[in-house]
Design a protein around this ligand. Structure first.
Ligand SMILES: C[S@@+](CC[C@H](N)C(=O)[O-])C[C@H]1O[C@@H](n2cnc3c(N)ncnc32)[C@H](O)[C@@H]1O
Ligand code: SF4
Length: 338
């Protein structure tokens, strides 16, 4: 029997479902409370719903929680989880503990069609988009799920190529009947799908990170084929039109490749491109992937690049690499066995 999953349904969808089953309308809020707030794994645990109504519910629905089938722990405490999803596929999520924070890095797709030359997930090709249930299950079923403080859409896939399901997951994380998180706990990272950036800015209040990686269009195109369709210059023009007050954060991700985009000429070009924008720049160490000519910049080069941008008035940080020993670092997720 193909049960539908309650985890991943909005309150409106739950209301429609209970009405269709002939249950009282208030049951929708009760179910949301059990699934999202009390975090139950089975309908039988919903004890304020009558046994008869639970049986009716069970004919069509289950909670839809799936446990990870593998968990790897890095020497630095980072954990990588392998989750089964539909059609026999797998995805990975990463838990990153840091001081008082526990950040979860979630996947939005199985593989990715964007084919960035430096990314392991891109190498897999596109194998499917995750449902809201599969996105949210990562948040609920990782170890220490109740201690998660922040969420980043920086796992496998391009979240703005799975817009509706990602936005539904965000609704459930932030709604009063869901986890009631502040949207400021969520950051979506994108390669820059312009029409959906526009929608995301209008329809959410979450932070936004743009994967830039080069200020020079011809070079960005060799690293990220998307530049042919959505140019960095056009993304930035769109971002300039947005009102970034209200503590919404805009950041740019910049992977530093040895001898490619890491000289001060690039730093100067980058500072010109972003001039006047209220944003942060995160410099990312390149995590080497197999069969790639690209190499990471030296620490010294990264520090020089950072100091140049800082002197130009940007908030610029070198992002610490986490979980590299278990292939859990940025861009290393591929579900390959290690
Ligand atoms: C895997 S992507 C997922 C989100 C979205 N698709 C994007 O590109 O922004 C998350 C971040 O990892 C970066 N990344 C990809 N491959 C990497 C690698 N080999 N080393 C370091 N960062 C990498 C991406 O550029 C991006 O900033
Ligand atoms: S970096 Fe992001 S957009 Fe590019 S292939 Fe990897 S997951 Fe896809």
């Amino acid at each position: 029997m193909n049960q539908q999953h309650l985890l991943g349904m909005t309150l409106t969808e739950l209301q429609e479902a209970v009405t269709e089953l002939g249950l009282p309308k208030y049951a929708a809020r009760q179910i949301a409370d059990w699934v999202y707030v009390k975090r139950v794994r089975s309908i039988d645990e919903m004890t304020n719903i009558s046994v008869r109504n639970r049986d009716i519910l069970k004919k069509k629905f289950d909670v839809g929680r799936v446990e990870p089938v593998d968990i790897k722990t890095s020497v630095d405490g980072t954990q990588k989880m392998l989750f089964p999803v539909k059609n026999g596929k797998f995805i990975e999520s990463v838990n990153i503990p840091e001081d008082e924070r526990l950040t979860i890095c979630v996947s939005s797709q199985v593989g990715c069609k964007m084919n960035c030359s430096f990314c392991m997930t891109g190498r897999m090709g596109f194998l499917g988009s995750l449902s809201a249930n599969e996105i949210l299950n990562q948040v609920y079923s990782v170890p220490n799920a109740e201690s998660i403080t922040n969420l980043v859409f920086m796992g496998m896939g391009e979240p703005l190529n799975n817009y509706d399901n990602v936005m539904k997951a965000i609704e459930l994380l932030t709604a009063d009947y869901g986890l009631a998180w502040s949207p400021k706990r969520i950051t979506l990272s994108t390669i820059g799908v312009i029409p959906n950036i526009r929608r995301f800015l209008a329809e959410s209040k979450c932070h936004l990170a743009i994967s830039l990686h080069s200020p020079v269009s011809s070079q960005r195109e060799t690293l990220m084929p998307i530049e042919k369709t959505f140019k960095a210059a056009d993304i930035i023009e769109l971002l300039r039109e947005h009102d970034w007050s209200h503590q919404r954060r805009l950041s740019f991700e910049y992977i530093m490749f040895d001898g490619l985009n890491d000289s001060l000429l690039y730093a100067r070009e980058l500072s010109r491109l972003l001039a006047g924008l209220d944003c942060r720049v995160n410099l990312i160490r390149f995590h080497k992937i197999p069969d790639s000519d690209l190499s990471p910049s030296t620490e010294e080069t990264m520090v020089r690049f950072r100091d140049f941008l800082t002197a130009k008035g940007f908030t610029c940080t070198i992002r610490a690499s986490r979980g590299e020993d278990i292939y859990a670092a940025c861009g290393m997720l591929s579900t390959a066995k290690i």
